[in-house]
Design a protein around this ligand. Structure first.
Ligand code: SAM
Length: 217
């Protein structure tokens, strides 16, 4: 069986009982960064062997893991944080497993944009999840102009390095519309800020922004 296992996005206690059972019993755990996942596994005294499956070895490693599954081994896939396949290389392995008609199941865990969307209080019956915004400012503004036409809640992931420049572009495109940013979700310094992009910029200016962000417009 191929188990896709959702893991915490910060708070180690957000691992389900079923996930612990499965991670203990599988033959191998494929993780983005074995050192990172070791922190979670040690916390729950899980001794299962791990192997790295990340951006740069994903094709070769996906073949290897699918080979093991075909031999009848049980393998679990986890991300550094949250749900495998949501903005991480898990997608490639899941796809290859489907092409090979392998039996698989998904154990739900945390996903950063779901926490942020719920805490934002914005309408969630219709929303657009855009992953990471474009890198360059002009491309980002063009992307935002295009998405503005959708007329629904927009959700993006953002890093602490780019959050201020992205908020500047959101301000340029959306003016005074309400923006929510959620950072460090489930962690000690969790913060959910609601206001205009201008107010969000003021909130984050002064000190260098820290942490991982989800931005909602
Ligand atoms: N697989 C993950 C998920 O299920 O949400 C997403 C992985 S993506 C490579 C990493 C991005 O997710 C971060 O840059 C940040 O935007 C968002 N993220 C992850 N953990 C977060 C947290 N605790 N608080 C806020 N955003 C988070």
């Amino acid at each position: 069986m191929f188990y896709i296992v959702g893991t915490p996005i910060g708070n180690l206690k957000d691992l389900t009982v079923r996930a612990i059972e499965v991670l203990k019993k599988v033959d191998l755990i494929a993780c983005e960064d074995t050192r990172h996942t070791k922190i979670l596994l040690d916390h729950y005294s899980i001794k299962t062997p791990t192997t790295s499956f990340f951006q740069h070895n994903r094709f070769m490693k996906a073949d290897y893991i699918v080979g093991l599954l075909k031999q009848g081994r049980d393998v679990a896939l986890v991300s550094d944080a949250g749900t495998p396949g949501i903005l991480d290389p898990g997608y490639n392995l899941i796809n290859l497993a489907i092409q090979n008609n392998l039996e698989m199941t998904f154990l739900p865990g945390a996903t950063a944009f779901v926490n942020a969307l719920v805490l934002s209080g914005r309408p969630a019956h219709e929303f657009y999840f855009g992953g990471f915004l474009a890198n360059r400012s002009q491309a980002r503004k063009n992307q935002l102009e295009r998405l503005k036409k959708l007329g629904c809640t927009l959700v993006f992931y953002e890093s602490c390095h780019r959050i201020l420049s992205s908020l500047e572009d959101i301000k340029a495109v959306f003016g005074d519309k309400e923006v929510v940013f959620a950072r460090e979700l489930t962690k000690k310094f969790e913060e959910v800020f609601r206001g205009t992009a201008e107010e969000a910029i003021i909130r984050l200016s002064g000190n260098r922004p820290r942490g991982e962000f989800v931005v909602i417009i």
